[in-house]
Design a protein around this ligand. Structure first.
Ligand SMILES: Nc1ncnc2c1ncn2[C@@H]1O[C@H](COP(=O)(O)OP(=O)(O)OP(=O)(O)O)[C@@H](O)[C@H]1O
Ligand SMILES: [Mg+2]
Length: 237
């Protein structure tokens, strides 16, 4: 088995005195697609922040592309090859689409530049059409596409996608799901948080469900689909 890109072992994390993650174990293998599910407030975003070093694990091991995520700064984790698409949209409103993308551009950790402006425009024809528009003149869906495009321009080995289809019109959501499929097909490993369990079952190789900062389920899509009552109890779907 090849070395995992991300390995969390027994991770505990806090906001001040509030104990939020209670011993999380998580592994992401090269090229794999893992879903991270759970109701509101269960610790999904905090898990991503802990991977990025934005929240420091107080106990446990955080290994991200060979870096010790409990010590190195967030920008070093990003630079090592983790494209993080946080909840909410992370673009520069007073720069054009093209400027937003080019300013994010950098070679991957191995020097690769597979993701260019042209390739991002191919993936998001809407962004190509809007290339001269300012960030704040885009629709919510276009801003979300731009956020994902910016992460791809860093030529990442891993993408962390936190509710990237949230609050978007159905057609735009489907466009985003096709992009997520393309990201997977391109061999970029990913961890996806989303409310659409059906899409996650189709797309992800492995699923994890969090309840109050603990992993209560881990399995493949067949395991997940095998027990709808449990799924309902854990996720409310
Ligand atoms: N900055 C913060 N300060 C204090 N508590 C926080 C902070 N951010 C999150 N929390 C709390 O930590 C817990 C986990 O939050 P987290 O954002 O990781 O959940 P989530 O699973 O991503 O939820 P959602 O589905 O609502 O995005 C929640 O109880 C939340 O209220
Ligand atoms: Mg969240």
């Amino acid at each position: 088995m090849s070395a995992p890109l991300i390995a969390l072992e027994g991770v505990h994390a806090y906001y001040g005195a509030s104990h939020v993650l209670h011993g999380i174990d998580l592994r992401l293998e090269p090229g794999a697609c893992v879903s991270l599910m759970g109701r509101n407030g269960m610790g999904k975003t905090t898990t991503f922040k802990t991977i990025m070093g934005e929240v420091r694990a107080r106990r446990g091991r955080v290994d991200v592309l060979g870096r010790d995520g409990t010590r190195v700064p967030t920008h070093a984790i990003a630079r090592a090859g983790v494209g993080y698409v946080p909840e909410g949209r992370d673009i520069f409103p007073n720069l054009s689409v093209a400027e937003n993308l080019t300013m994010a551009a950098r070679p991957g950790a191995g020097g690769g530049r597979a993701w260019t402006l042209e390739r991002v425009y191919e993936l998001f024809p809407r962004l190509a059409e809007r290339r001269g528009h300012w960030g704040d003149h885009l629709s919510g869906g276009e801003q979300q596409m731009l956020t994902i495009g910016r992460a791809l321009m860093t030529n990442p080995r891993v993408m962390l996608l936190d509710e990237v289809t949230e609050g978007l019109a159905p057609l735009i959501r489907e466009e985003i799901w096709s992009v997520i499929r393309a990201i997977k097909a391109a061999g970029i490993a990913s961890i996806i948080v989303d409310k659409n369990v059906g899409r996650l079952i189709e797309l992800a190789d492995r699923h994890m469900i969090l309840v109050k900062g603990r992993v209560v389920f881990e399995g493949d899509s067949d395991d997940l689909a095998a027990d709808p009552d449990r799924l309902h109890a854990l996720l409310g779907v």
